[in-house]
Design a protein around this ligand. Sequence first.
Ligand SMILES: *[C@@H]1O[C@H](CO)[C@@H](O)[C@H](O)[C@H]1NC(C)=O
Length: 331
Amino acid sequence: MKYKLYATFLVVFALSLGYVTCQYRTKNNQGSSLTERVQQLMEMAMKRSVLKFNGPKFKQYIKATPRNYSIVVMFTAMAPQRQCQICRHANDEFTIVANSFRYSQVYSNKLFFVSIDFDEGSDVFQLMRLNTAPVYMHFPPKGKPKAADTMDIQRVGFAAEAIAKWIGERTDIQIRVFRPPNYSGTVAVVMLLVLIGGFLYLRRNNLDFIYNKTIWGLGALFFSLTMTSGQMWNHIRGPPFIHKSQNGNVAYIHGSSQGQFVLETYIVMVINGAVVLGMILMTEAAARKGDVKKRRIFAVIGLGLVAIFFSLLLSIFRNKAQGYPYSLLFK
Ligand SMILES: *[C@@H]1O[C@H](CO)[C@@H](O)[C@H](O)[C@H]1NC(C)=O
């Protein structure tokens, strides 16, 4: 009698367990209705402004039809072994846009921000035929993404402002980017001032070095080289370090005068520096008194440096600005 009771109990238990899992399956099936999907997306978006998706979620929310919402996806590869240095930076900018949208007047259930990491959704990367990261894509409410639904980060960069502008073009939702105030710059300046102050205080009995022309000269030179090589542009636009094309070619210099890579600005800075060094050698040779032979060597080396590196600079410029007519030593 007792066994029978146990057996019945077990059977009932097994049946109800099966029923529950079955229910669970259907609930998570991609057959969920539009209302449900919008509801779930909104619940997820309440918790975090950028939703993390994998393959199944991509199918359920982005591939499924019908949709009445836009989804902007950042395809990325944040794992350290993927060695995507700019992905972290791109992710920060993307999050700034998502947060600006999340806490703005225009917030609605018409637009969601999603990130898909290569290590969690490599099947999606295969499906979309992607082999680079980061890539920003817009999935419109109706139809498939067109060419313009992939953001051209080579041309416009991936600063939050550029992303917001592109989203505005694709969806008619104008997001005003709000950057959280960044105090690290202020802190750095204050610390530098304290350091300089402390240094001056320690050396208060011997302040002659303030009149040292070489120190001031080097400082001014470094500032000029930094500014003329486009570091400020990098700071504002956030261009990629170099460009790896689909077929594995690497470009160090941007092909047009509308853009530049970070490494390119370093190259230009070094070349500018070499031209300056040549100039200094020549003026020193002319201004110094003394050993004529040594001065002559200085002058020749200086002239060589200026001629070679200025020619290099010109040929880089000719490459970028098509149609520029002048060149010196190299084509
Ligand atoms: C999309 O459709 C769902 C279900 O009908 C609705 O709840 C939601 O408000 C709609 N979204 C927009 C942006 O119209």
